[in-house]
Design a protein around this ligand. Structure first.
Ligand SMILES: Nc1nc2c(ncn2[C@@H]2O[C@H](COP(=O)(O)OP(=O)(O)OP(=O)(O)O)[C@@H](O)[C@H]2O)c(=O)[nH]1
Length: 237
């Protein structure tokens, strides 16, 4: 059996979709029908998939997928320290139009947890960057395993996707797990004076793919809208 086939077996046999619940969610100015899906057989929390049918989905295109790691401060409270909340809403707005699946992964603070992330903020305020702050706490710079996202996709019978991300690690881990990434669409980067240093650190540590995302001058809070076929610049797994 090939590596890919073996990975698919693992995904389909261990992880099962256990509940599908229709929930209308607020996207933009309106309420949009969506479906929340839970899973059995996943480690590390109650990860969920949110499937959005989309107003004008094109069935000939691979489904649009975003892996979104939990950021309570940004996603729920609109923290100015990051652009997680804006990226979450941007992804859902695109899915409301063209359909898609958002995997909301309970990987708060790049997997170190909320309390540790808040500790790391305190260290960052003393002048070290987001990755050094994790190391200072004797924690990994990034503790996330995106293999679980591949398991969720297989459980949903999805193995070919368009991926919405700037994070090369998501691309390589999904590909290694056997997901066919037909295209990569960059998320926008929402630069403000408050989060600029954080975003620059991500770029310097190659956690963000395209330097142009940060060199585009944008007014506070507005997206640097760039859409590039990053599949062209990334090696295929
Ligand atoms: N440890 C730590 N985590 C942070 C900090 N700022 C944001 N995060 C976390 O970083 C993660 C961001 O995840 P994602 O939204 O999936 O973004 P990403 O990994 O940059 O990938 P893409 O947006 O897809 O390009 C979330 O878990 C946030 O909680 C920080 O300063 N320290």
């Amino acid at each position: 059996m090939s590596y890919v086939a073996a990975q698919r077996m693992v995904g389909t046999s261990n992880t099962l979709c256990r509940a599908r619940n229709p929930v209308k969610i607020a996207i933009g100015d309106g309420q949009v029908p969506a479906e929340f899906l839970g899973f059995d057989g996943l480690e590390g929390g109650e990860h969920i998939a949110i499937r959005v049918p989309g107003r004008s989905s094109d069935p000939s295109q691979p489904i649009l997928v975003r892996l979104h790691s939990e950021c309570l401060t940004g996603d729920v409270f609109g923290s100015a320290r990051c652009d997680c909340g804006q990226q979450l809403h941007e992804a859902l707005a695109q899915m409301a139009e063209e359909g898609g699946v958002l995997l909301y992964l309970r990987q708060e603070g790049r997997g170190i947890g909320l309390y540790a992330k808040l500790e790391a903020y305190r260290l960052q305020d003393r002048g070290i960057d987001t990755y050094a702050a994790n190391r200072e706490l004797n924690l990994p710079e990034d503790a996330r395993d995106f293999g679980l996202a591949a398991q969720m996709l297989f459980a949903l019978n999805i193995d070919r996707i368009r991926l919405l991300t700037n994070n090369p690690e998501k691309v390589s881990q999904l590909r290694a797990a056997g997901i066919n990434i037909a295209a990569i669409r960059q998320t926008s980067v929402f630069v403000t004076d408050s989060n600029r240093a954080y975003l620059q650190a991500k770029l310097a540590h190659r956690h963000m793919l395209d330097p142009r995302l940060l060199s585009v001058p944008v007014p506070d809070g507005l997206a640097a809208t760039t859409e590039t076929a990053l599949a062209k610049v990334l090696p295929h797994g």
